[in-house]
Design a protein around this ligand. Structure first.
Ligand code: HEM
Length: 362
């Protein structure tokens, strides 16, 4: 039965292709894909990271839509509906576990992708816009993590969100308004869940989808960059079909890994949040916000006339702007190689984030 169906489909394929060719620029797309090459060198494996981030994003969208069917974005319904998904909906626990693990893996591959383009200096002209669109994507993806964390309305998530929404309060002028807009009032409560939900399932996905399209279009337009001073190892790899098939193989391995994690370590649901209960032991933000959280903890509460949150905000704004403008700042190196100061500063920041994150768990 199945081979027969496949056979019929294969016989139909040329007819479908002709139908498309008469209506769409299939030949132009074909020519473009066939002419695209992927540089072959000892860092070629790093080119998989952007694709893997994309894969986890697709998994997020599919599993997120399934979760939306049963999730209730209200203070009375949120925790109960998640418990229902886990206990009563067939495979609900698995879908939720995949969604939560994929969110974490997406942020991990995204950070590795960012580090790889930094070290390969792939942001050099003409790819400045790729770096800028990627940098904005980083914030959108962190926004997914932040807004999604509160949705199960369990106590750890509740306190983590409370801490997380304290920091932007000290941004000059817009800080307090921004926080009360996010929380839907002075404190986290009834109005917060619908706001986080709207951001999580509507505003952030649309913005991310649009920006990923721009990012990928630019990548097709410029092609992949060749790192400076890294010797070529044999001929470039044709993107289509060779590298694309390798990309899909990486997606397959990532999917098996994700499935293992989701089954062996199902994502837990804590006690329902209680606005009057004191913070539970070990309530802290997700690992990707720990560098900020830990920095806030080690800063003295007052330096001169500034409190620790204001100092962190100033550092974040200054640091963020520097990273955003990196392609325009890193132009002084001889023969186009990394400006040493930027390379060393970037490495110190990465090491600091790793060490301070680990310190939060020991
Ligand atoms: C949702 C987030 C993102 C997705 C889905 C994504 C996807 C991709 C893909 C598929 C590629 C081509 C293959 C590769 O080089 O890995 C790429 C390249 C690139 N990405 Fe991203 N990316 C994201 C975020 C970022 C971020 C945060 C940055 C940096 C701030 C960034 C900067 C770049 C640059 C500069 C390139 C060109 C690499 C080269 O030509 O060698 N991307 N991205």
């Amino acid at each position: 039965m199945i081979p027969h169906l496949l056979n019929r489909l294969l016989r139909l394929a040329p007819a479908i292709r002709t139908w498309c060719e008469e209506r769409l620029p299939v030949a132009t797309i074909d020519d473009h894909l066939k002419s695209k090459m992927v540089p072959r060198h000892r860092h070629t494996v790093w080119y998989y990271l952007g694709g893997l981030t994309l894969f986890f994003f697709i998994v997020q969208i599919i599993t997120g839509v399934l979760l939306m069917i049963y999730y209730k974005p209200t203070i009375d319904g949120a925790h109960e509906s998640v418990a229902y998904i886990i206990n009563d909906v067939p495979f609900g626990w698995l879908i939720r576990s995949i969604h939560s693990w994929a969110a974490n893996l997406m942020i991990a591959t995204l950070l590795l992708h960012l580090a790889s383009v930094f070290y390969l200096q792939a942001y050099r002209p003409p790819r400045e816009l790729m770096w800028i669109s990627g940098f904005i994507l980083l914030f959108l993806v962190l926004g997914f993590g932040f807004t999604g964390y509160l949705l199960p309305w369990d106590d750890i998530a509740f306190y983590a969100t409370q801490i997380g929404t304290e920091v932007p309060k000290t941004i000059p002028v817009i800080g307090p308004t921004l926080v009360s807009l996010l929380r839907g009032g002075e404190d986290i409560g009834e109005a917060t869940i619908p706001r986080m939900y709207t951001l999580h399932v509507f505003i952030l996905p649309i913005a991310t989808l649009l920006l990923i399209s721009v990012h990928l279009f630019l990548n097709q337009y410029y092609g992949l960059s060749k790192p400076i001073k890294t010797p070529q190892k044999g001929k470039d790899i044709p993107f289509y079909p060779n590298f694309l098939l390798r990309d899909f193989r990486a997606w397959g391995i990532a999917f098996i890994f994700l499935l293992f994690l989701a089954i062996l370590i199902p994502w837990e649901l804590g006690e329902e949040a209680d606005l009057l209960r004191p913070a539970p032991e070990g309530a802290k933000p997700e690992w990707y916000f720990l560098p900020l959280y830990q920095t806030l903890n080690i800063l003295p509460s007052q330096i001169w006339f500034l409190n620790s949150e204001t100092i962190l905000n100033i550092a974040l704004m200054f640091g963020g702007l520097t990273v955003l403008l990196l392609p325009f700042l890193d132009r002084k190196g001889k023969n186009g190689e990394h400006n040493k100061l930027i390379l060393i500063t970037g490495t110190i920041i990465i090491l600091y984030c790793i060490i301070i994150t680990i310190s939060a768990y020991i």
